[in-house]
Ligand binder design. Sequence first.
Ligand SMILES: [Zn+2]
Length: 299
Amino acid sequence: MRTSANTTIGVDVGGTRIRVARISTEGALLDRVIEPVCQDPGGFVPQLLRLVDRMRDGATAIGIGIPGRVDGRTQKILSAGYLDIAGLDLAAEVRRATGLPVRVENDATMALIAEGFSRTGGRDGLIFMVTIGTGIGGAALLDGQPWYGGGLSGQFGHIVVSSGGPLCKCGRRGCVETFSSGTALGRLMAEAGMPKDIRAEDVLSRAKAGDGQARVLLDVWAAPLQRALQSLVSMADPKLILVGGGLGHEMSAALAHLADESHWFTVPVEPARLGDTAGVIGAGLAAFGIASEMTGQIR
Ligand SMILES: [Zn+2]
């Protein structure tokens, strides 16, 4: 029988929803609640605290994944996409309100912690993750622990793959996010004259069934990401690159279909496994204290 003393609370703030769950040391999801996220900064923290309170039941720490740039060393939120909470000391606010230790990370880092935890060999060596959603996120895990570089490494969506591409929110042109994100896929589908209600998974099904237009579209969508991942391999030679996020399955399939144009930089890519629960599970695991838990509590 598991006691509540060995549980934490994971919080995953997503594009549209906030997930809060109670997580065991084994990474099991014991209880959870999901709501549309309050995008008004004045309402966001009260919402988070209310949901955390519902999951509390003796939990010992809280991990929070934020969609945006979070300095992994200082836990400072530099930007959070659609959520206007840049500069908010979220860890301190939640700590003050709950009395519990709090850890804030980028959401892709949280997802990668869970994916690494769930895999044989997932705590050894260097593993990268790219998350394909509205934008493209990224994270790095080195021997089971997040690797931040100076604090902000892992923003793989901003690897430039074309000198003359679309303007990116980071101020440059041609970032891979502008070509291979969910937003970019929507643009490609509209340009191809596909119906508005068609989903990415439908395009993949069509391509698998031999539809030439769908196949070309997926190739055009995935090829810039393949180049970006090859650049990552040329730089850091990770043993594995996981592809996750809401469109991770579709992107993995699209990448698998592309010919490997480089003899030097073969990309060791695999689809993420945990789907949209990875972020909240990773947040709970991070709260246990990654250094001790990821080496001592593994199945
Ligand atoms: Zn950029």
